[in-house]
Design a binder for this molecule. Structure first.
Ligand code: CAA
Length: 240
């Protein structure tokens, strides 16, 4: 039977490319989204991938969403925690709300979703969890204490959960994208973005499909010895 994958934030941007790439591998994909119904409908019509609406920062909604997907599509074998938001601003301007929203969605969402699928994966002795971190969680970024903290947290979360899943065939890895050509990056002021791109050795923004390729690799049946790792896909912008 085909594997079942859930991709959070799976109808737009990097998530859309991940949903499509997993589908192209024969995986049955459920794409979660939080807000944009019109875009989700258009995505499902175009790709044939079903979209499921809930907010990943809401614990009960995550549990309910997974229950619905498992009853309609089967047990979840693959979880891609991709949903993420930005509320950029220097410390001076950043509100407590901007901090909470980014932590709750980007990091809290990873916990909520993993909690909903992890025990089932362990019981079935197979699972693939891929968390989308960020170069800015590795290196920091001016104006992003909230986002950098959440993404850095994702990298720690990945290494801890990898240790818990290892004995039961559940791998947990992270991808740290650099600056990818999506709506999120397009929202960065043009002059600021130009300076960032000038510092990318490859000389351009990345493509969402270049992140999706890494996800497919980490989710493969053959990838069982790769766990707790972070794959940086950033055009050489940050190396360590
Ligand atoms: N290092 C040092 N100083 C910096 C700086 C930097 N990287 N960036 C800006 N500054 C300085 C500016 O030179 C300026 O100084 P002066 O007043 O002396 O000229 C001061 O900080 C204020 O800069 P801004 O005019 O940019 O301030 P702002 O309040 O209008 O905007 C900001 C601040 C919202 C943080 C804006 O700079 C910004 O959007 N930066 C980009 C943040 C970013 O990279 N976000 C990534 C979003 S995409 C993403 O997150 C995906 C991913 O995973 C990669």
């Amino acid at each position: 039977m085909a594997r079942v994958a859930v991709v959070t934030g799976g109808t737009r941007g990097i998530g859309e490319a991940i949903s499509v790439a997993l589908r192209d591998q024969g995986v049955t994909v459920a794409a979660n989204y939080a807000g944009n119904d019109e875009k989700a409908r258009e995505f499902s019509d175009r790709t044939g991938i079903r979209a499921f609406k809930w907010d990943v920062s809401d614990f009960d909604a995550c549990v309910g969403g997974i229950q619905q997907i498992e009853s309609e599509l089967g047990p979840v074998d693959v979880l891609v925690n991709n949903a993420g938001i930005t509320r950029d601003g220097t410390m001076k301007r950043m509100t407590r709300q901007a901090w909470d929203e980014v932590i709750d969605v980007n990091l809290g969402g990873c916990f909520n979703m993993a909690k909903a699928v992890f025990e089932g994966m362990q019981a079935r002795k197979f699972g693939r969890i891929v968390n989308i971190g960020s170069i800015n969680g590795q290196a920091g970024q001016y104006g992003q204490v909230n986002y950098a903290a959440a993404k850095s947290g994702i990298h720690g979360f990945t290494k801890a959960l990898a240790q818990e899943g290892a004995r039961s065939g559940v791998t947990v890895n992270a991808i740290a994208p650099g600056y990818i050509d999506t709506e999120m990056v397009a929202a960065v002021p043009e002059d600021v973005l130009a300076k960032i791109v000038a510092r990318i050795p490859v000389g351009r923004l990345g493509k969402a499909e270049e992140i999706a390729r890494g996800v497919v690799f980490l989710c493969g049946e053959e990838a069982g010895f790769i766990t707790g790792s972070t794959l940086s896909i950033n055009g050489g912008q940050h190396m360590y």
